[in-house]
Write a new protein. Structure first.
Length: 351
DNA sequence: TCTGGGGTCCTAGGACCC
DNA sequence: TCTGGGGTCCTAGGACCC
């Protein structure tokens, strides 16, 4: 008998904080509780910017993440609009993840407000409720917990657990719960793929699961095509890993409140953004090997160009010069509403 | 009054080399 | 007079996620 064998079956839990950014703001300003709260941009709904998180009260008015702040204001003018405060959310996120890591589980953080946990137990619902208790005690935040037999099903289960609940989705109830739902209910299928699948006559998860893998491969490529059918069955073999995340790139971008009509202004902004990226690269302690520039023209055409550097560097002057060199490959003309600069780190050869 | 910011991974075509 | 086929690197862009 292997004494190291963990007790109980293997379960994957997906933990997702409820209305995370709004909850952090409410936590330090209790008078906001119960009010529609919208966090995003500079907190000024007359400016360009997007909703990062809306409280449930604001969602009742049709406000949701990704929506333009101005649109949110039109839908819910009485909402409290707050600027995004990344330092506060990072701190809260760190506290939550520390609480999860104190539990007997492998913890994989996948975002500010989300993590997978691999646990061994015969009572996963009881474990999930313990997770919720621990998170609340440590941070006063509430979370939903999805229970699955793999990461995909756990992640999808959370959607049925929100807010604040627990839901189990496994091979047993996959068909019952998911088969008649639209394909974009799956994690990994967005708007574009939904439309392409519809062109093939595939609208539901059941139809995707039954689709011809060759047809999918022809339409979506040799890796993504077969994977789509696979997730239609709810299958996912990816492991939960506690490996610390190593960033592959750092980027910054800025949307201008007024479009830039003068290309000289675009050049000045690209250089400035490149210097901010350089500071991030220096803080990371690894040099960048590639520089990319993003330009979004009016009305909303986005183009990207990039260049491998002759030699990796974290020097601000060099990165700014490289960004300007990449910028020269763009066709000036239309006014510009956004510029971005991305630095990619050198790929580290496997040991 | 349209449509944020920060990431990751995949695909595909051309260059280049053998 | 004819130029195949495979591998890798570089680049642009698509798509998705939080």
């Amino acid at each position: 008998v292997a004494l190291t064998e963990p007790a109980g079956r293997r379960w994957i839990l997906h933990v997702d904080l409820d209305q995370f950014l709004a909850a952090v703001e409410i936590g330090r300003r209790p008078e906001l509780r119960g009010l529609p709260v919208v966090v995003g941009g500079a907190g000024d709904p007359t400016q360009r910017g997007a909703v990062a998180t809306a409280s449930y009260e604001a969602r009742a008015f049709g406000v949701h993440s990704g929506m333009a702040l101005r649109t949110a204001f039109r839908r819910c003018p009485q909402a409290v609009f707050l600027p995004s405060d990344p330092d506060a959310y990072n701190a809260a996120s760190d506290d939550v993840m520390a609480a999860l890591r104190r539990m007997p589980a492998v913890v994989e953080v996948i975002g500010w407000d989300e993590a997978f946990m691999e646990v061994h137990t015969d009572t996963p619902e009881a474990f999930a409720e313990d997770v919720q208790r621990q998170v609340r005690e440590a941070t006063d935040l509430s979370c939903a917990v999805g229970i699955g037999d793999n990461k995909l099903r756990a992640k999808l289960a959370t959607g049925f657990a929100k807010p604040g609940g627990v839901f189990r989705l496994t091979k047993q109830n996959w068909v019952e719960v998911m088969a008649e739902r639209p394909t974009n209910a799956l994690w990994g299928i967005g708007g574009r793929t939904t439309r392409k699948l519809a062109d093939l006559g595939i609208h539901t998860v059941r139809e995707l699961a039954a689709a011809d893998p060759k047809e999918l491969a022809a339409r979506f490529g040799p890796a993504i095509g077969p994977w789509l059918k696979w997730i239609g069955h709810g299958e996912d073999l990816s492991p939960v890993t506690a490996e610390p995340h190593v960033a592959k790139s750092r980027s910054r971008e800025v949307t201008f409140q007024q479009d830039l009509a003068d290309w000289a202004d675009v050049e000045r902004e690209v250089a400035a953004v490149a210097r901010r990226v350089a500071a991030d690269v220096q803080a990371d302690g690894r040099p960048a090997a590639r520089v990319g520039v993003k330009v979004r023209f009016v009305p909303f055409f986005t183009h990207l160009r990039s260049m491998k550097l002759l030699a990796p560097t974290d020097d601000a002057d060099e990165l700014a010069a490289a960004a300007l060199e990449v910028l020269r490959r763009f066709q000036p003309g239309r006014p510009v509403r956004l510029v971005g600069v991305r630095a990619e780190f050198a790929k580290r050869p496997p040991d």
